[in-house]
Every structure is written in structure tokens, then in C-alpha cells.
Design a protein around this ligand. Structure first.
Ligand code: ADP
Ligand code: MG
Length: 321
């Protein structure tokens, strides 16, 4: 295409809420044959809601330090939510926001935390002041908790089973542990954006193969994929943030011209990698880090802007006035 045509293209795109960093980007956009979509916040709303607090009754009460022996499961559930909410107040992850929101509902104030630490794609930890008792609280994947020396997350343990069960139902689930022992499970639900299925259908019509990429569990990822029309073999789940880049590289090594769409801090490296030979697209509703790493920003956070950007670059878009 001529430079003028490209400039016209970027102008049209801007009118449609698609911000392109430079006209030359439209040239590589034309070649794209594969689109990798981040799940949380890109295909889904990214506004998770707490669905359930599970404190398997088989957790022996003698392990619940500082609680009376006859303490009921409901008190334990309240404590699971309260302590997890406190730790998650240090994180901005959609999981964290959902948990903190639920834990503070009804005006409950959260215990103070110190030594907060975030383990990307795995979970969070902090020291929580639980009514004068300092507790080391961890919230995250059971497999990560196990590496931190937490007991009660073995395959046959109640917490691990409750976690697996929630995940096989298609929920996002995290385990909560303190004082070295797994105590409960929090399950979360996220809604697919109403425009995502149409966006995926449009991509397929353009001959582009959509993939779903996520750090979340496979069942939750496949549930979302089925809802929007992405084939199960194109679902790449349980990917750690630093491996998202390798997924893009792998596809590139197989000769694909990859566009990646993401919104999170954990998508930035993969977005930049896609941009080297294809295209990185950030949700305008996402993090600044993702936007900076990308060639294109989809201002409204509507995934349909992704196929629109492809159509603009192919010069096949007609603006209907
Ligand atoms: P996604 O790719 O969907 O954006 P992430 O890579 O951010 O997901 O996270 C992957 C997994 O890591 C989550 O499903 C969760 O199990 C765990 N995790 C990440 N951040 C947190 C957090 N703040 N609290 C608890 N668990 C977390
Ligand atoms: Mg995301």
C-alpha cells in the first residue's frame, strides 16, 4: 500500500477507537494469520466475583491455632475470607479485587498486613495481624502453596480436592493457607464480554485462527473457549506469565504471523514479542504496561476492534455513514 493509503487507514482506525502507533504497522497487520487472545480481561470482563468460600470440614479444628475446639465451619469460612481479603488488598489482580471486595462487604475492615509479596501467576503472601496474632497467610495455586512448605495441599487432602472439584466445574479457584496449613478455597467467576463471541467469529471469517492463552486452569479456559467459539486444541492454559512469551515464539517458529491481544502486566512481554513479526494489541481498559508494549490500542476494550483493525489494514473496511 502507498504511504497515503496507510495514513488514511490509521485515520479510519482512530475514528473506530483503534489507536495505531505508526502507519507502517498496518503493513504487518495485513499478514496476520493467528491471533492469541489473553483470557482474563481480554475475552472476559476481568471483573471476577467471589462465588464461594469453602472450608472443608475435614480440616481438623486442632490445627486452627487460636480458635476454640468447637469452632464451627462458618467461623472458619469467615476467617478464610477475612485473612485472604487482607493479603489480597496488596494486589491489583482481578482475583485480588474480587476477594477484597467480598471480604469488605458490609463494612468489614480488614486486618493490617506487612511483608506483602506477589508471586506472578502463582499467588500472594503477607503477614496478617489476626486480632493480635501474626499469621503468615498465602493465597494462590495449591501447587505453589506446596512449594512454600504448606501442608494439606497433597492430592488426597480435602483442600486440594475441593480446589480440583471447583476447577473441574470451570471456576477459577485459589487455596488459602496460614501457619503452614491449607485452610480453605475461594472460588471465583468471571463473565465473558457480550461482544467476544462475535469478535471470534469475525476473526475466523477473516481466515485468522484464534487461540486462548491464560494462566488460569484448563477447565475454566475451555469453558470460556467453548462460549466464544475457540477450538479446545487452541486453548493454552496454566501458562506462567514468563512463559506467555514462549507460546508466541513457538507459534512464530512454526511460521505463523501472530497477533496477540492482552491487557495485563503479565501480557507485556508476549505483546512485544508478537509485535516483532506480527502485532501486539492492548485493551485500552488494561494496564499501561500492556499498552506501552503494544503497536495498537483497542480504546474501548471491545474485542471486535481486533478484527476491525485487520479489515482496516487489508483495506477492506468501508465506513458506513
Ligand atoms: P491470567 O493469564 O488469566 O491473566 P495470571 O497469570 O495472572 O492469569 O494468574 C494465573 C493464576 O495464578 C491464577 O489463576 C491464580 O491461581 C494465581 N494467581 C495470580 N495472582 C493471584 C492473586 N493475586 N491471588 C491469588 N492467586 C493468584
Ligand atoms: Mg488478562
Amino acid at each position: 500500500a502507498t504511504p497515503t493509503a496507510l495514513l488514511v487507514g490509521t485515520g479510519r482506525a482512530a475514528q473506530l477507537g483503534i489507536l495505531i502507533k505508526g502507519p507502517e504497522i498496518l503493513e504487518s497487520t495485513r499478514q496476520v494469520d493467528t491471533m492469541v487472545l489473553d483470557k482474563t480481561g481480554t475475552v472476559t470482563e476481568g471483573r471476577m466475583q467471589l462465588a464461594d468460600v469453602l472450608a472443608p470440614s475435614a480440616v481438623p479444628t486442632r490445627h486452627v491455632v487460636g480458635m476454640a475446639a468447637d469452632t464451627g465451619v462458618d467461623d472458619l469460612r469467615a476467617q478464610v475470607l477475612n485473612l485472604a481479603g487482607a493479603v489480597e488488598s496488596g494486589s491489583e489482580h482481578p482475583i485480588a479485587r474480587a476477594i477484597t471486595e467480598a471480604a469488605t462487604a458490609g463494612g468489614t475492615t480488614l486486618p493490617r498486613i506487612t511483608n506483602f509479596s506477589n508471586h506472578a501467576g502463582r499467588g500472594v503472601s503477607a503477614t496478617v495481624d489476626d486480632g493480635g496474632t501474626a499469621r503468615e497467610v498465602l493465597v494462590g495455586r495449591p501447587s505453589w502453596l506446596a512449594t512454600q512448605g504448606v501442608a494439606g495441599v497433597g492430592d488426597d487432602d480435602e483442600v486440594a480436592r475441593a480446589h480440583r472439584h471447583a476447577e473441574s466445574d470451570g471456576a477459577t479457584a485459589v487455596a488459602v493457607a496460614w501457619d503452614g496449613e491449607a485452610r480453605g478455597v475461594l472460588t471465583l467467576q468471571d463473565e465473558v464480554k457480550p461482544t467476544s463471541a462475535e469478535a471470534v467469529a469475525q476473526l475466523k471469517q477473516l481466515g485468522i485462527t484464534p487461540h486462548l492463552l491464560t494462566g488460569d486452569n484448563r477447565a475454566a479456559a475451555e469453558r470460556v473457549a467453548a462460549e466464544v467459539g475457540i477450538a479446545p486444541e487452541n486453548v493454552i492454559a496454566e501458562v506462567l506469565p514468563d512463559q506467555k512469551l514462549d507460546v508466541v515464539k513457538d507459534l512464530q517458529d512454526r511460521g505463523r504471523v501472530v497477533a496477540m491481544v492482552g491487557d495485563g502486566v503479565n501480557d507485556a512481554a508476549a505483546l512485544a514479542q508478537a509485535g516483532q513479526r506480527g502485532l501486539g494489541l492492548a485493551m485500552g481498559t488494561g494496564t499501561d504496561v500492556a499498552i506501552e508494549a503494544s503497536d495498537i490500542t483497542l480504546v474501548r476494550g471491545d474485542l471486535r476492534a481486533a478484527p476491525t483493525a485487520i479489515r482496516v489494514s487489508r483495506g477492506t473496511l468501508r465506513i458506513i455513514k
